[in-house]
Design a protein around this ligand. Structure first.
Ligand code: 1GP
Length: 251
């Protein structure tokens, strides 16, 4: 089964899926494995590997390989640039930062990586990546013209553009470590135009309550990263967020 089919099944079954983002550059591979195992035990549906800086190369290869040995969930690559690719994963988000001012983040890095992906034949999912205020490190590195929180229709116009380009996923990003998640009005406006296309929401989601609000507003997939890196009990916190998201969707 493809990762895309697997996630569709989870979304159909539970209303929403949860993905745990691990930045290989934030800790040693052994610690990344510990976080991935805790997240899996807490009920996350997949592991995503990526980061804006220093998250590629040997460190990514090794981190993905070691996680794969211990965790049975799909490993999805979330590359910040061409270095964010390894054959030790199951799928890559073939993403374009549509609201970047730098063509390298819209299409340049993708052109550099396209033949590698072609030769390896790994599953890829075309994705519109939309970086919203405050944007964090990815907003700065990706030179994003940040989408204003109070103008959801701008985000919706970008999301529709991605959809008309044929992108099956849209990722609405507040930036890793954002003070607060994206507003429900923004998530709802984007989901309204995307209809059946998959909407991922991430950045600043730290507990079950905010995961529930994002899921209820229209997110199909919730991503959390920073919060488990810092948690005393990563398994329990993941469980709270996963259950919050799934209960929020049904509420
Ligand atoms: C970053 O959206 C993800 O790309 C996750 O954000 O680290 O704030 O959970 P957090």
């Amino acid at each position: 089964m493809t990762v895309e089919d697997y996630l569709s099944e989870v979304i159909q079954r539970d209303g929403v899926a949860h993905i745990t983002l691990i930045d290989p550059a934030s800790q040693k591979p052994e610690e990344s494995v510990r976080l991935a195992v805790a997240a899996a035990e807490g009920g996350t549906d997949a592991i995503m590997l990526g980061g804006s800086t220093d998250a590629g190369g040997n460190l990514l290869d090794l981190t993905a390989k070691m996680i794969k040995e211990k965790v049975k969930l799909p490993i999805i690559l979330f590359p910040g640039n061409t270095t964010g690719f390894t054959t030790n994963a199951d799928c890559v988000l073939f993403m374009s930062l549509l609201n970047s001012r730098d063509p390298n983040y819209i299409v340049g890095n993708q052109v550099q990586g396209a033949f590698t992906l072609y030769k390896v034949g790994m599953e890829s999912i075309p994705m519109a990546y939309l970086v919203c205020e405050p944007g964090g490190t990815v907003g700065w590195v990706g030179d994003a013209k940040l989408l204003p929180r109070k103008k959801p229709e701008l985000a919706a116009a970008y999301a529709l553009t991605g959809k008309y380009f044929g992108m099956r996923y849209t990722y609405l990003e507040a930036g890793s470590g954002a003070d607060s998640p994206l507003p429900p009005e923004m998530i709802g406006t984007v989901k309204h135009v995307l209809k059946d296309s998959v909407l991922i929401v991430g950045g600043g989601i730290r507990d079950g309550k905010s995961a529930a609000i994002c899921a209820k507003a229209g997110a199909d997939i919730i991503v959390t990263g920073t919060v488990i890196e810092k948690a005393d009990n990563a398994k329990a916190l993941t469980a709270e967020i996963v259950q919050g998201a799934k209960a929020g969707k049904k509420a």
